[in-house]
Design a protein around this ligand. Structure first.
Ligand code: UT7
Length: 328
């Protein structure tokens, strides 16, 4: 479908908390080793939020940078969307907290698509702008996963980190902007990756606390297999929608969960690793913040240039998967 208006990323910014947790620190916390973590995941370190630093706090830092980069003021925004699975609280939304803290006056809501949250939110923003409803939308991906990790479970605690990224998506003229988006889900496999307690199925209770149901649970090797398949599918689908193919893509910005997943996706797509932006070694998996922080770093370090076709692709809890094709 041809949209009446085009949406483009007008500004971008990211923020990670100061504290760095290295693999050598984790060796002192659980039965693991730098060697295992590096070989099985590619992760060397991750950032951890300070006590009291919430998802909206991280999101605000990223949002202010994105607004500055876009040369816009909070008052220019028509909507705030925050993708997060680690919200400040069940309600009100983290997006409302961001709206208030930056001083915007507009609608605000959260979007829960786990690690696919950022490309999901970009698709929503693209729809609002494309239909001519709004001109400037702040899209944030922000996570404080450290608060939802069982720090005694070596199978998950080595994998995740905290961080935030933000973009301002604006109505634009000319050839640059979002070309196509693709979203997928499979709720039948939701139990592979979840925080089971604290919602309406298992409201918080002594029982849920005792059974550690408020912590993230993952069946890693099962998730690994679906991640590789669906990321391959999502890249192909978003390109097919635009009538382009992989040879048109200058840079692939994938969700940063595991280096081996990225290598497997590259192999299946027959896409060169040098064209895949990777920063998992410095941040681990930041869920909805991963793709936007990677996009920010790729743009700032000249890995993507004006006119390049860039594909964002993510996979996560839900299960969900999503991709975005952008002409930068
Ligand atoms: O962002 C959303 C999506 N998430 C992902 O995409 C994550 C996908 N999954 C993965 O990245 C990988 O499955 C993991 C990194 C989580 C695990 O790697 P794996 O190669 O699938 O390992 P495994 O779970 O099959 O475990 C292999 C062994 C086990 O020992 P045994 O049973 O073979 O004796 C684990 O107990 O590795 C052991 N192990 C560890 N050893 C040292 C698991 N975690 C650790 C650890 N340190 N931290």
């Amino acid at each position: 479908m041809v949209q009446p208006f085009k949406a483009a990323i007008r500004g971008i910014g990211s923020y990670v908390p100061e504290k760095v947790l290295k693999n050598s620190d984790l060796e002192k916390m659980v039965d693991t080793s730098d060697e295992w973590i590096t070989a099985r995941t590619g992760i060397k370190e991750r950032h951890i939020a300070a006590k009291g630093q919430s998802a909206s706090d991280l999101g605000v830092q990223a949002a202010l940078k994105a607004l500055k980069n876009a040369s816009l003021a909070p008052a220019d925004l028509d909507l705030v969307i925050v993708a997060t699975i680690t919200p400040d609280m069940p309600f009100p939304s983290t997006a409302c907290a961001v709206q208030h803290k930056i001083g915007a006056q507009c609608g605000a809501f959260d979007l829960a698509a786990a690690c696919s949250g950022f490309p999901y939110a970009l698709a929503v923003a693209n729809g609002f702008i494309g239909a001519g409803i709004y001109r400037h939308i702040l899209v944030v991906g922000s996570e404080v996963l450290s608060g939802f990790i069982d720090w005694t479970d070596r199978s998950t605690c080595v994998l995740f980190g905290d961080g935030a990224g933000a973009v301002v998506v604006s109505r634009s003229e000319g050839p640059h902007g979002i070309i196509s988006t693709y979203l997928g889900s499979d709720g039948s496999q939701g139990s592979l990756l979840q925080i089971p307690g604290g919602g309406s199925v298992y409201p918080p209770s002594e029982e849920t606390l005792k059974n550690k149901m408020h912590y993230l649970k993952m069946q890693g090797s099962e998730v690994f297999k679906v991640a590789v398949k669906t990321m391959e599918l999502a890249v192909k689908e978003v390109l097919a929608k635009a009538g382009l193919d992989l040879s048109d893509v200058a840079c692939l910005i994938p969700h940063q969960a595991n280096m081996r997943i990225l290598q497997a996706v590259a192999e299946r797509l027959e896409f060169p690793m040098e064209k895949i932006f990777i920063n998992v070694e410095r941040y681990g998996n930041m869920s909805s913040a991963s793709t936007v922080v990677a996009l920010d770093e790729a743009a700032k370090t000249g890995k993507i240039r004006k006119g390049d076709h860039v594909v964002l692709v993510a996979f996560g809890g839900g299960l969900t998967w999503a991709s975005t094709l952008i002409r930068w």
